[in-house]
Ligand binder design. Sequence first.
Ligand code: S3P
Length: 439
Amino acid sequence: MSAASWNAAPGAPLRGEVRVPGDKSVSHRAIMLAALADGTSRIDGFLEGEDARATEAIFRRLGVLIETPGAGSRIVHGVGIDGLRASDAPLDCGNAGTGMRLIAGLLAGQAFDSTLVGDPSLSKRPMRRVTEPLARMGARIDTGEGGVPPLHVHGGTPLRGIEFDNVLASAQVKSCLLLAGLYADGETVVHEPRPTRDYTERMLAAFGWPIEFAPGIARLTGGHRLRATDVRVPADFSSAAFFLVAASIVPGSDLLLRRVGMNPRRTGLLHVLRLMGADIVESDAGEEGGEPVADLRVRHAPLHGIDVPEQHVPDMIDEFPVLFIAAACAHGATRVTGAHELRVKESDRIATMAAGLRALGVDLDEAEDGATIRGRAGGALGGNARIDSHGDHRIAMAFAVAAQRSGSPVTVDDVANVATSFPGFESLARDVGFGLTTA
Ligand code: S3P
């Protein structure tokens, strides 16, 4: 995106308290279901990031009145399951794969045509994973050449439920089909090779849609209605992850992360960091808006390399950039396998992480589905490096973390997209001790 860059260098040991912003996945879904419900829903803890706001702007264009009573809050005047209206302009999902894939499912069931577009990164991401099963349901969607955006979704095509055995462990694909299933004749069933985050299922149930789900399977039928309900969005574990790793690798750190979302389908990194020797203690476990939350106290601890168990991969799919940084600071080798999906995220996260880590002097082997990273243990990472984050928010934040253990300053380029998921990261990080400024 833009040319914004950071200067990052070791700051102080990380200390104090951090409250990270609302969960991105939950924020997208809350807008979508509230928009389609009968009645008025209030959303609190909404992520004021560009991805969630892009979804909000799309539903406004589709005729939904959404008020902003204050930062992080929305009042959504639902139009009912059949109440959306055609947009006279393309619908811009920005950087958000979740937005585009889920909304494609919803739009497939409408009476009108729509066009979904995205930014340069999203415009390269694979969409056949949703357009092919949607076509089996009867949808007609044109893609750009090679199955990438823009998506032109033809309306007025009757949908029928299918039973879909996904080869990918993808919450986005599952959610897309379930949302199309709201408009389908009969039953839609999605099976997954490994369980993925179940926010769509839980939120559909909260909005009163009959749905059955268990880890690895979800099923619903079309033809019901959604009932407005209030949603409390938990803090995003994926945003907390940067602080979990930073405090683990910076000597002298002792950080408290408050009220973090602890849905088990999101906390794979916690298990993996503990296997590596991290000192992370949970307290005050509770529930917010039907989601588990807890405080996490993380103190510096020497980490050692491990083979990351593949069963954790879907539960930490967004955390690999920062896990690679933990691995680079660990004693011995860390091996990641079974994570092909990293190749098709906001950037090719295996390639962008490998290039950045090599620039910091880290020895690693790249594989198609992961990497083996040989950690530098007690030693500093190299510095005086320039890292290209390729406009990928999580790559940018991962290298801001890495720089806290570098021998000399690191420049991280192309960081504007951090605002897609974690607005305010830079100042929050600085407040607890990061050496981090805008270049
Ligand atoms: C998401 C699912 C994951 C994740 C993404 C958000 C979601 O993608 O990487 O950041 O909200 O459903 P996949 O389902 O493609 O793995």
